[in-house]
Design a protein around this ligand. Structure first.
Ligand SMILES: *[C@@H]1O[C@H](CO)[C@@H](O)[C@H](O)[C@H]1NC(C)=O
Length: 429
């Protein structure tokens, strides 16, 4: 009897539970292989000097058991840096977040991937190579375009191959013959173009974090993503000219005619209203906006998403490859920032920043704000007009942040650090 109890207790102690293995104890052969050996929380990193089995950054973890605190979990694992999300949504794959964050971070949402079909052909009985697919032939061919699967690029391990595969898809959406159909075909639903944008953003972000790629990868892919975003916006102005808005966590879209005078952009725990009531225009046009949380590019602690305003004057928006046909006269803009969480905003430290399309150049516009802590709003003291007035027709990008928002690299967690192209060891430098 005592022997039996002894055996029972010993077995209980020797039991390894899912989420418990330390990645650092695993080898290249068992790192991430099965439920007990790091599947869903470890990955083999061959990019470091001494390749090793590492714990995934919190947002990339699939196995929630690895980041739950307490219970049977041993110290030193994923639960050192991560917590379990309190609530999951089946819309995204995230189950863990950075320690003490307590919630999903919109900049790091992972949409569920599928690996059906092909990255360079349609998913048909007889697949059509992407290069020869002509979507102007029929609506059926347009729908075939949507079966080409960008998620498959995630499986590539060589940077140039990953880049080429993803860019080939983006270029397909941008080639004049395809893009003209997507913009003007009555059955072209904007969602499919939006989906390509958020898939590409997620793929770029996660490939960068996993493989510590260079900024050259972002510089090659990001302009193409923004171009597809503009195709989506242009489609929206024809699809639903009086208003269209959609939110996909890592990217949001909205279009509205000038005559509606203002637009409220939703972000995580905040909104940013653009009000052009004081802007005098001599014919109607459209305010088109895409917005994104800048943390996906390593810019932390901004109060608002980056809002990219593409104003177009005229009744029918024209997409041009040079993307320099936007309204330079768009000005006299009032910005109203509203925050939903309980933070105190110091209005003397609040800045409106301008940011370049490649996210690398950030300048203070010099605007000042007046805040009301009880209504949780800050409003620009005078209407903002770009100075000097733009002459390149490229549109305007802004975000609001504390003056010192990005000062300390050491405030960045691992994924944020890699996305800012800084050096991560155990902290960011
Ligand atoms: C601040 O907001 C509160 C609540 O909306 C409002 O009652 C109050 O008048 C505002 N204060 C100022 C100075 O505008």
């Amino acid at each position: 009897m005592f022997v039996l109890i002894f055996i029972f207790i010993t077995t209980l102690y020797a039991q390894i539970f899912v989420g418990q293995s330390l990645c650092s104890t695993l080898t290249s052969t068992n790192c991430g292989t099965d439920a007990l050996n790091g599947q869903g929380w470890c990955y083999w990193d061959s990019t470091i000097a001494t390749p090793a089995c590492l714990t995934l950054p919190c947002y990339l973890i699939d196995e929630v058991a690895a980041c739950r605190t307490g219970g049977s979990l041993i110290t030193g694992g994923a639960n050192t840096d991560c917590d379990s999300l309190e609530t999951f949504s089946l819309q995204y794959d995230n189950v863990c977040c950075d320690k003490n964050l307590g919630k999903l971070n919109y900049a790091f949402v992972r949409f569920t991937m599928n690996f059906d079909g092909y990255v360079d052909s349609t998913n048909d009985i007889t697949p059509i190579p992407m290069a020869s697919l002509d979507i102007s032939l029929s609506v059926k061919d347009m729908f075939r375009l949507y079966t080409i699967n960008p998620w498959l690029a995630a499986q590539e391990t060589v940077e140039s191959v990953f880049q080429d595969k993803l860019i080939a898809i983006l270029d397909k959406y941008l080639e004049p013959n395809t893009r003209d159909v997507l913009i003007s075909e009555p059955k072209s639903y904007p969602f499919y173009i939006e989906r390509t944008v958020y898939q590409a953003l997620q793929l770029l972000r996660d490939w960068t974090v996993m493989h510590k790629s260079t900024i050259a990868l972002r510089n090659a892919i990001l302009p193409k993503i923004w171009s597809v975003a503009l195709v989506a916006l242009t489609r929206m102005t024809k699809f639903q000219p009086n208003y269209y808005q959609s939110n996909h966590y890592i990217i949001n879209f909205a279009i509205i005619p000038y005559f509606k005078n203002s637009l409220k952009i939703l972000g995580q725990a905040h909104t940013l209203t653009i009000d052009w009531n004081a802007f005098a225009y001599n014919s109607n046009g459209f305010v088109m906006v895409y917005s994104y949380p800048p943390e996906q590019f390593g810019i932390i602690k901004a109060y608002t998403d980056v809002i990219c305003i593409r104003p177009f004057q005229g009744g029918s928006v024209l997409y041009v490859d040079t993307q320099d046909n936007y309204d330079d006269t768009f000005s006299q803009i009032k910005f109203i920032y509203y925050w939903a969480d309980s933070i105190i905003i110091d209005q003397t430290k609040l800045k409106l920043f301008q940011i370049s399309d490649d996210t690398q150049t950030i300048t203070d516009t010099g605007s000042s704000f007046t805040c009301n802590q009880s209504s949780r709003t800050c409003t620009t003291n005078t209407n903002y007009s770009p100075n000097p007035a733009p002459t390149d027709g490229k549109g305007q990008n802004y975000f609001i942040a504390h003056v010192d928002y990005n000062l300390l690299q050491s405030d960045k967690k691992r994924a944020q650090c890699i996305l800012a192209y800084k050096t991560w060891t155990t902290s960011c430098a």
